[in-house]
Design a protein around this ligand. Structure first.
Ligand SMILES: Cc1cc2nc3c(=O)[nH]c(=O)nc-3n(C[C@H](O)[C@H](O)[C@H](O)COP(=O)(O)O)c2cc1C
Length: 392
């Protein structure tokens, strides 16, 4: 944050699931960051990964149009705006057209586990589509666009954000007590569940297939890891500057995420103090480091120089192929809920979205730490920070 507490890097997004497209504006980027639409598109393609996705993921890939903020492949320091058109819009024009009257019957059977009923009551509408179109996880397209830009920025100073799946439908990956390396986590995309334990991945695939067979769905747990962080991103000084709090809010805001933990998280509550903290060591060539990483790279609301480790729990997809019982909001009769679209499991994809949310918060915290209007200044100041911390 700057002197008056204003966030230096921010974004806004707009767009309905079956509307014309998703618009994202990122404000506060430095000048001189290399950026091409293909880079953002390759992150969007990762958002479609994972065994258990529904029909929409088989549609034509999302294309990105950069509308402003970039010239000759480099950011200008002015607001970046991105547009991802909805390839399905033609088919949905009658239902989602901006002008004219509504020509189809309103949706009145709220889906349990979705924003439908609470949103309709809040906004006073008796057409659930007015709510569900924006509540949909299609909005994560925008977060992945922002994440791609932030990852490019972080990459310039050697920070990498990646993720892998730990658990789906109760099938767990075995860590074997060894924390994965950057190279290992970067290979997660090679596996159809984005899981580093091939045996567990096969069991997860079988669990997804069985759930699909039964018209059901699955949730799970994923882990986001960031390597290459300096000490001192975020701050202990005020609640809303704490990095852990900001990361938790960013990841918790992803549709269907119901829990976020950092480091040992809930497991720490079951340990004694003597087993739950990380011993500090120092070597002249390495500077300060920890012998373990129970803290998940954050102490006192600040990065401590160890890898950031964040896990999140995703509930099972609420819409299942077998329609759920509900109550019509107009007739008040018992009816079956609409099946709008149904992934059986989206844990591998949610992990990619969470990478993006984490990358955004880290890029914000980095810019707050280094300041700088240009990539040149950020790189230079980051170099100074590293030298100072190595000799601390
Ligand atoms: C990547 C991703 C894909 C999702 N796909 C679906 C889906 O196909 N069908 C569905 O009912 N919910 C899906 N969800 C979850 C819903 O969007 C979410 O549960 C719903 O909006 C209610 O929000 P809440 O669970 O946070 O309360 C998905 C979520 C994510 C992150």
């Amino acid at each position: 944050m700057n002197d008056d507490g204003r966030i230096m890097l921010r974004f806004l997004d707009a767009g309905e699931s079956h509307g014309r497209g998703m618009v994202t504006i990122v404000e506060g980027l430095p000048h001189g960051l290399s950026l091409r639409a293909e880079r953002v598109e390759s992150e969007l393609a990762r958002r479609r990964l994972g065994h258990g996705r529904g029909a929409r993921m088989r549609l034509e890939a999302d294309r990105v149009e950069i509308l402003s903020g970039v010239r000759a492949g480099k950011t200008l320091g002015s607001p970046l705006s991105l547009l991802v058109r909805n390839v399905e819009y033609e088919k949905w024009q009658d239902i989602m057209s901006v002008e004219g009257e509504k020509t189809i019957a309103p949706m009145t059977a709220p889906r349990p586990g979705h924003a439908d009923l609470a949103g309709a009551m809040k906004y006073g509408t008796h057409d659930l589509r007015d709510v569900l179109e924006r509540a949909s996880a299609r909005e994560t397209v925008a977060r992945v666009c922002v994440g791609a830009v932030c990852k490019a920025l972080l990459g310039e100073v050697g920070i990498t954000v990646c993720s892998h799946v730990l658990e789906v439908g109760g099938e767990k990956a075995e860590a074997g007590g060894v924390f994965p390396t950057l190279e290992e986590v970067m290979r997660a995309d090679d596996d159809e569940m984005r899981c580093l334990d091939r045996g567990a991945s096969r069991r997860m695939v079988r669990a997804v297939d069985a759930a699909r067979e039964e018209g059901d769905s699955l949730g799970g747990v994923f882990e986001v890891v960031a390597f290459g962080l300096p000490a001192g991103l975020g701050s202990h000084a005020h609640w809303d500057r704490r990095l852990d709090a900001r990361l938790a809010a960013a990841v918790m805001s992803i549709q269907a995420v119901k829990g976020v933990e950092i480091g040992d998280g809930f497991e720490a509550a079951r340990k004694r103090g003597s087993q739950a903290f990380d011993v500090i060591e120092h070597e002249p060539a390495r500077g300060f480091y920890r012998l373990s990483n129970h803290a998940g790279g954050i102490e006192g609301g600040m990065s401590n120089g160890e890898p950031l480790v964040l896990r999140a729990a995703m509930k099972p997809i609420p819409t299942t192929a077998r329609p759920r019982d509900t109550v019509d909001i107009v007739s008040k009769e018992k009816v079956k809920a609409t099946v709008e679209r149904a992934d059986v499991c989206a844990v591998p994809a949610a992990a990619i979205v969470a990478e993006s949310s984490v990358a955004f918060v880290l890029a914000q915290a980095l810019i707050e730490k280094t300041g700088g209007d240009s990539m040149y200044e950020i790189r230079e100041r980051f170099g100074e920070l590293e030298t100072r911390q190595a000799g601390f």
